[in-house]
Design a protein around this ligand. Structure first.
Ligand SMILES: Nc1ncnc2c1ncn2[C@@H]1O[C@H](COP(=O)(O)OP(=O)(O)O)[C@@H](O)[C@H]1O
Ligand SMILES: [Mg+2]
Length: 254
């Protein structure tokens, strides 16, 4: 049987008297793009912190590809391939985009190497085709020789996601990937996710831009006040009276 890529069962988190999450279940099918949406205070950030291992829930379990990882630290989970997008600070500022991507691929293939050894042993020829594939898929080929600092905001966001993907994750967590981008940069990123990542790896997407959520998602979970209000395909979510009621009353927050 195939396991869900990610399975959260009965997750409950209390902050003093506040029930931030109340027995939340969320299951991510292999290869799917699954959006988590809901108004401010719904519990999205808390759920992601439980998933990444930064916060221990009062109750509930988390499994990655069928393996219970509830007891593992954030670092162990990251090593198992539960990957958040890189911050730009994780990039080598003195190296070109092409070289940064190369180092991610070397690190993926030889996870026990130190950063220095990754740098010393990098073998351009061995990963050349894959590096070019990443540059193409993420629309970064024209910028391949440039340093990260010279990139536009939108290019940088695509590079961060490319680097996360190049490190060989099992599941990618995209936490508001469109935040702060111009309309054209946001459209370019939506295209990149649809054409360059979709189907290769499961993605948990937290995003406020509802147009993007509906364009990108295979499945959507709607949370309100620490509980799951609805879960389903984009069309089902759009047609759900409960979601419409919550959406209309909280429109500004979605
Ligand atoms: N560290 C914290 N201490 C106390 N309450 C918190 C803390 N973090 C979140 N909360 C509360 O938990 C609920 C869910 O918050 P959060 O997960 O940030 O929601 P969202 O990301 O969907 O906006 C809110 O009522 C929020 O006030
Ligand atoms: Mg939040």
């Amino acid at each position: 049987m195939t396991h869900p890529a990610l399975d959260m069962r009965g997750i409950t988190v209390r902050f003093g008297g506040i029930l931030a999450l109340n027995e939340v279940n969320l299951s991510l099918a292999p290869g799917s793009v699954h959006a988590l949406i809901g108004p401010n205070g719904a519990g999205k950030t808390t759920l992601v912190s439980v998933l990444s291992g930064e916060r221990r829930p009062n109750q509930g379990t988390v499994s990655l590809n069928g393996r219970d990882i509830s007891g593992l630290s954030a670092l162990r989970r990251a090593r198992l391939g539960l990957t958040r997008t890189y911050q730009l600070t994780a990039l080598f500022q003195g190296l070109s985009l092409r070289e940064n991507l190369l180092l991610s691929l070397v690190a993926r293939d030889q996870p026990s190497l130190s950063a220095l050894d990754i740098f010393r042993r990098r073998d351009k020829a061995r990963h050349a085709a894959e590096v070019e594939d990443f540059l193409n898929r993420f629309a970064l080929r024209d910028k391949a020789g440039e340093k990260p600092a010279s990139l536009s905001h939108g290019d940088r966001r695509r590079l961060e996601i490319a680097m996360a993907l190049a490190s060989g994750p099992e599941v990618l967590l995209l936490d508001e990937p469109l935040a702060g981008l111009s309309t054209s940069d946001a459209e370019a990123l939506v295209r990149t996710i649809n054409e360059g990542i979709r189907g290769r790896i499961p993605i948990l997407l937290i995003e406020h831009d509802m147009d993007a959520v509906f364009q990108l998602s295979d499945e959507i979970t709607v949370m309100v006040n620490g509980t799951v209000l609805a879960n389903g395909k984009p069309d089902e979510i759009r047609a759900s009276p409960e979601v419409q009621a919550a959406y209309l009353s909280e429109e500004d927050d979605f």
